[in-house]
Write a protein that binds this ligand. Structure first.
Ligand SMILES: Cc1cc2nc3c(=O)[nH]c(=O)nc-3n(C[C@H](O)[C@H](O)[C@H](O)COP(=O)(O)OP(=O)(O)OC[C@H]3O[C@@H](n4cnc5c(N)ncnc54)[C@H](O)[C@@H]3O)c2cc1C
Length: 357
């Protein structure tokens, strides 16, 4: 059994490189946001270099559940209460577009994509009430869904192998434009340019985009993104089909899926340890893993557990991503803070930022 290493394969290609001395645009971070930015920058004819301190998808993008869901973690009815109806409608529309355009952009690459739809199970009467209301509002607003009294089905949702999605985008980038093993240590303004440091090495960039999600405050402590942890486990191949669609429950705090090859992946339960599930430690804890394991058995899975891991997500005060300039640092931009739903937001978030540049 592997503890600390995620179930998903590391992207197969390696991109060794150094910090460039100059760059028109320097993207920092090689997760789904960074590679999406490279895609949109490339299409806009803008030369860019992406630097990643470890390997691609070593952050949350290679550690997540791979659900491609519309919307935010809250259900539609809650989102309407929090953001107002027009904004909620826009968020769902944007995330539906994210799904379709992200998948279309990597057509022909093997990324484990299936458009299975997703299920949200009511954990009790309060969640059932919210989901019933969500179904009504979503139908009125033109979003396909079905409510049967205990589960909300969203037929447009899907699932991917997240690390392979990142790898597919990376393969499309210009040769030499992605560089792994480059850990940025500081960023400062410099006469209209931006100076980016990696220890003694230095890059003068016309523009810098931070695709560092939860890790952003390690470089810029003033950015209001909170690092919050999430844990998962994976079982060995189960012969029985235990669940056909990515499933979500307990207001988004519990989630599981079964791969076509039989492995069951379960994550969540951070609501049982909010105070512990913060920061950057990637070691799983016995408490949360105990909850995941007991749910695995309740689902009927009896094979051994092969992987246990944790990852860090970036949370924002508003519950929405931060996409735009960084205050006080001219020519430095941010595309981060997905509140645990980056696979559903990052591609269109990156497009929005590149369009605005
Ligand atoms: C357990 C778990 C389950 C999740 N499940 C889902 C899900 O099913 N669906 C969904 O939509 N979202 C899910 N999420 C959230 C999702 O994974 C993230 O929102 C998304 O991956 C963020 O992508 P990113 O590229 O912005 O950040 P990351 O993938 O975290 O990438 C940031 C990268 O920046 C690099 N970096 C940081 N600092 C520096 C530096 N100084 N110099 C160079 N490089 C640097 C890091 O090494 C990292 O690779 C989950 C998250 C976790 C942890």
């Amino acid at each position: 059994m592997s503890t600390g290493t995620p179930f998903w394969p590391t992207p197969p290609d390696r991109y060794p490189g150094r910090l460039p001395e100059r760059a028109d645009v320097l993207v920092i971070g090689g997760g789904i946001t960074g590679v999406s930015l490279m895609h949109h920058l490339g299409r806009a004819g803008i030369d860019a270099v992406l630097v990643e301190r470890d390997n691609l998808a070593s952050g949350a993008s290679g550690r997540n559940a791979g659900f491609l869901l519309a919307g935010v973690a809250d259900c539609y009815a809650e989102a309407v209460r929090i953001f107002g109806r027009p904004r909620a409608r826009d968020i769902w529309t944007m995330t539906e577009e994210n799904h379709i355009e992200e998948i279309a952009a990597v057509r022909g690459h093997e990324i484990g994509y299936r458009r299975t739809g997703s299920i949200v199970l009511a954990s009790g009467p309060r969640e059932a009430e919210q989901l019933a209301e969500s179904a009504e509002l979503m139908t009125e607003d033109g979003f396909e869904c079905a409510w049967d009294g205990s589960r909300l089905t969203n037929p447009g949702d899907g699932e991917v192998t997240p690390s392979l999605l990142v790898a597919a985008f990376a393969r499309q980038a210009a040769p030499g434009s992605i560089r792994e093993g480059v850990a940025v240590t500081a960023i400062e303004k410099a006469n209209g340019d931006v100076l980016v440091h990696m220890g003694d090495e230095e890059c003068r960039a016309g523009c810098v985009i931070l695709a560092t999600n939860a890790y952003t405050p390690q470089l810029l402590p003033q950015v209001p993104i909170q690092p919050r942890r999430a844990q998962m486990l994976a079982s060995a191949h189960e012969a029985a089909r235990l669940c056909d669609q990515p499933t979500y429950s307990h207001f988004g705090y519990r989630y599981w899926r079964q791969l076509p090859t039989g492995e069951v992946l379960i994550g969540g339960w951070r609501d049982t340890a909010f105070e512990v599930e913060v920061g950057y430690d990637e070691r799983p804890t016995p408490e949360i893993q105990g909850h995941l394991e007991s749910h695995l058995r309740q689902l009927g899975a009896d094979r051994e557990i092969t992987h246990r891991w944790a990852g860090t997500m970036g949370f924002t005060e508003s519950g929405l991503p931060l996409i735009g300039p960084v205050d006080g640092l001219p020519n430095v931009y941010l595309c981060a803070g997905y509140n645990g739903h980056g696979m559903g937001f990052a591609f269109m978030g990156a497009k929005q930022l590149v369009d605005s540049l």
